[in-house]
Design a protein around this ligand. Structure first.
Ligand SMILES: [Zn+2]
Length: 431
């Protein structure tokens, strides 16, 4: 069944219901943004998701991440912290008479740190609506998307309908550092015929056509301390870490050479990024620092694999450690966080085609192709479950930056598109 097969009255009723849900959409988004759900602090947002799923007439279940059960899975990434008290939340809708195709609606509740909070025009966890946009950490990435899929589901109910196939709603942790929340939740539930993840577009309503993989690496350099008077006798761990970081930048340049770039990323300037994300070290301004640690994020182009890039990193760090200025230093390399493969989301997939048609129907516009230089949880469905996935979402700006914001009209348009896509994919029955 396609949207064109959805009868005119049902389509009209669903779109009207979406309009009537525009204020509740903003209310729920504000509630979620008020939860500072950074790594290890997701409990408030997860509790809100339980409330939201109950509000939709569904019974939420908690889905733990059990490391011992998953660590040999190819989609697993080495975690940064333990999983106790941070269970994902899911809810499953079952129709009276399953006729259509089943669907997973998925989103992550975790957000990246707010950075320098004093640089925000309004506090990052005090959401504000200004000139048609909602500001706050996680507003775009991706609490708006989560609220969109929930309100889309609710719109069918308000229209007196319900999906004619199983629909899973999933709210997961750790999309921003491992993807293990998504993996555990996906595997705990039956496979569906398709998945939708409303991750934000890059300043416009975007359709993810591909995404890079990511590897996180941590390099710890232990130098030789000395008083600055005998500085030449010591090995400065911070300077040594800088030498190793420079080797990563050479690797980045190599990976961005044209012959390494997958067709999905043609025309994208510099698609493989190495980010020197964290640095800590040193003890005293007048002491040569003993130890420094840098944390890096390395992109992985489709065609390459996370495990191959991991091996490249091992070789490049071993090579950099032989630099003459690192003589006497100890260099340790650890992999914690993403070990994630890249992924392509073929546009020919029926769920993607349907999403594009529904978006056009709901908004009069068209989704822009977005080959993403960051990743989503979509890879788990495609790579590890053979479940086609449509990743598309609202116009968000400065995600991971200062003054993150999302366009209100864009969020409503995505909600309408998802509502029509649920009806079109699953079919409908009278509630
Ligand atoms: Zn995201």
């Amino acid at each position: 069944m396609t949207t064109t097969a959805l009868d005119h009255g049902a389509r009209r009723a669903i779109l009207d219901a979406c309009r009537s849900l525009e204020q509740p959409t903003l209310d729920w988004l504000f509630r979620l943004v008020r939860c500072p759900s950074t790594l290890g602090n997701e409990h408030g947002a997860l509790a809100e998701m339980e409330r939201l799923y109950r509000h939709l007439g569904l019974e939420p279940v908690r889905v733990p991440v059990v490391a011992s059960a998953l660590e040999s899975h190819p989609g697993w990434s080495p975690p940064l912290i333990a999983y106790e008290g941070r269970d994902n939340v899911a809810a499953v809708f079952r129709p009276r008479q399953p006729r259509g195709r089943s669907l997973a609606l998925q989103g992550h509740v975790d957000v990246v740190p707010e950075g320098a909070a004093d640089m925000w025009a309004s506090p990052p966890y005090a959401p504000e609506l200004r000139e048609g946009r909602i500001y706050g950490r996680g507003a775009g990435d991706m609490k708006a998307g989560i609220v969109s899929y929930c309100m889309a589901f609710e719109a069918l109910r308000r229209a007196g309908l319900q999906p004619a196939a199983e629909v899973q709603l999933q709210a997961v942790i750790e999309e921003e550092c491992t993807g293990n929340g998504a993996l555990a939740t996906m595997l705990a539930l039956p496979a569906t015929d398709a998945a939708i993840i409303p991750e934000p577009g890059p300043g416009l309503d975007g359709l993810y056509t591909a995404e890079v993989g990511v590897v996180w690496a941590w390099v710890t350099v232990s130098g030789r301390p000395a008083h600055v008077r005998e500085m030449q006798a010591g090995v400065n761990a911070i300077e040594a870490a800088g030498i190793i970081a420079a080797a990563f930048k050479e690797y980045e340049a190599e990976q961005n050479r044209a012959e390494h770039i997958h067709a999905a990323f043609h025309g994208i300037n510099h698609p493989v990024n190495v980010n020197l994300g964290t640095i800590e070290g040193g003890e005293w301004n007048s002491s040569v620092p003993t130890r420094a640690r840098i944390g890096l994020r390395v992109g992985v182009m489709p065609g390459n694999t996370a495990r191959r890039v991991k091996a490249d990193i091992e070789a490049l760090v071993a090579g950099a450690a032989t630099h003459e200025r690192l003589r006497g230093a100890k260099v340790e390399l650890a992999f914690r966080g993403f070990l994630a493969d890249p992924c392509v989301f073929p546009k020919e997939e029926p769920i993607v085609q349907l999403a594009m048609r529904c978006y056009a129907d709901a908004t009069g516009g068209s989704l822009r192709d977005y080959p993403a230089t960051g990743l989503t949880d979509g890879r788990h469905f495609v790579l590890h479950r053979d479940t086609p996935c449509a990743v598309f979402g609202p116009d968000a700006v400065d995600i991971h930056g200062i003054d993150e914001n999302v366009g209100v009209e864009s969020v409503h348009g995505i909600t309408r598109a998802i509502a029509l896509a649920i009806a079109g994919w699953c079919g409908v029955e009278h509630a």
